[in-house]
Write a protein that binds this ligand. Structure first.
Ligand code: SF4
Length: 438
């Protein structure tokens, strides 16, 4: 049988990317060839995101591209948007399979049902009917990790969220918080280590709630992970401020392998707006947390999500947010513009902000982020930081990240790939946002 070809397009968070990678591995093991999304394939998979209206628009565009690429191909739409809007997606002509988050890891089975002729008699596929089924609340947990990159792996340790922030549709798309046990997670981490990756990025929807369904917690996991000597670096991809306890921060600061790099969603710099968002901390708590991190890890890179134009963010309140952010030791911002999501509490609130104002707030926040980033880069210029070197070669240069997440480059040297070496950050190439040095 000639190899079938699969092409994927992934939108959204690192969790989605880890899950796509896990799926691709299943297909590879079943004899499929992975091709680019722009190439001709037999199966196109769009792993979708529902975090904003813009994300959904991008999903629709990717679905359209898949549908028009090859009329003979199957088109599968999976993930968060598929979970929350399966009826709307079913109306898009040419879509063959829709699987929400609960079932997307079973895509291979579903394809086996739709096109049994694509599988030979020895295939272990047990066909089941899943296509166009309206998925219920996701409850299964599928631990997974990305395998495309030799140096860095995204490791999904947790899924779902119980927080129901008033703007967020993710709990509807991903279900309640759940994870494997510490022991099960460590066993998979050892498998990752055996594959040779030096850096593991711990990902989840609400990573800080790891273990709560088993009477365990994130700190216990971090302590055990740190003992796996062949993994030289861990990053925690994103963690809610109220779950980033002083114990976790202090552990990271003194650990063998956890890096001084945190991504801590802030969302607003006004207590009034944070309350409306149903966030579980206030500005004083967040500022204190950052102060503590910088006290124990002065070179830490601190990233923050911030939302522009949520309900109640009038001009006076936005000024408060700006003043607050300016006062924080944040290294850069991830700016999102608020958009109304179905089923969320924000839909029933007063104080809507005009779209043009939301855009203007977003523009100002992007500017602040740029300034913050340049400030961080200038503080780091001249420092020596450890860099993990990647395999890609561009114009005879190789690239890598410092422990505190600064992109750097040096002349290519194959012997350095997947190794960590000290590097002096000499000069920032502002256009390409990369440091040259030695
Ligand atoms: S913590 Fe809030 S913003 Fe994050 S996924 Fe949960 S509900 Fe959404």
């Amino acid at each position: 049988m000639t190899s079938r070809r699969i092409a994927t397009h992934t939108l959204g968070c690192k969790l989605n990317f880890a899950e796509t990678s896990h799926l691709l591995n299943q297909f590879r093991m079943a004899g499929w060839k992975v091709v680019d999304f722009n190439d001709e394939a037999d199966l196109y998979v769009v792993n979708t995101c529902t975090v904003t209206a813009v994300a959904e628009k991008k999903c629709r565009n990717a679905i359209r591209q898949a549908v028009s690429a090859n009329p003979e191909a199957l088109v599968a739409v999976i993930g968060c948007f598929a979970q929350n809007a399966s009826a709307a997606i079913a109306k898009i002509e040419g879509v063959d399979i829709i699987l929400g988050n609960d079932r997307k890891h079973r895509l291979l089975e579903v394809v086996g049902h739709e096109r049994p002729e694509w599988f030979d008699a020895t295939s272990a596929i047990t066909p089941e009917r899943h296509a166009f089924e309206r998925p219920g609340q996701p409850t299964e947990f599928q631990i997974s990790y990305s395998q495309e990159d030799r140096t860095r792996t995204f490791f999904k340790i947790q899924d779902g969220c119980d927080y129901f922030c008033s703007y967020c549709a993710i709990p509807f798309a991903r279900g309640r918080s759940r994870s494997a046990t510490v022991e099960e997670t460590i066993n998979i981490a050892k498998e990752i280590a055996a594959g040779g990756a030096k850096e593991v990025v711990l990902t989840g929807i609400n990573t800080g709630t790891f273990g709560q369904d088993h009477g365990e917690n994130l700190l216990q996991l971090l302590q055990e992970l740190d003992k796996i000597e062949s993994i030289e670096r861990y990053r925690i991809s994103s963690i809610e401020p109220n779950l980033l306890t002083n114990e976790v921060v202090d552990f990271v600061a003194h650990s063998r392998a956890f890096l001084p790099h945190f991504h801590i969603p802030l969302q607003a710099g006004s207590d009034k707006v944070l309350k409306l968002m149903h966030r579980r901390y206030d500005t004083a708590f967040y500022a204190h947390l950052l102060e503590h991190i910088k006290a124990v890890m002065p070179d830490a890179c601190l990233a923050a999500d911030i939302m522009a134009g949520f309900n109640g963010e009038d001009e006076a309140t936005f000024k408060e947010t700006i003043r607050y952010i300016e006062s924080l030791p944040i290294s850069y911002l991830h700016v999102f513009t608020f958009s109304e999501r179905p089923n969320t509490a924000a839909l029933k609130m007063d104080g809507r902000i005009e779209i043009h104002q939301r855009r203007e707030h977003s523009r100002v926040l992007h500017e602040i982020s740029e300034r913050k980033k340049m400030q961080f880069y200038s503080e780091q210029t001249g420092r020596t930081r450890p860099v993990l070197w990647e395999s890609d070669c561009k114009d005879d240069m190789m690239y890598g990240f410092t422990d505190n997440y600064i992109r750097v480059r040096r002349p290519y040297n194959a012997a350095l790939v997947n190794h960590i070496t000290p590097f002096v950050l000499e000069k920032l190439n502002q256009k390409e946002e990369v440091f040259d040095g030695k």
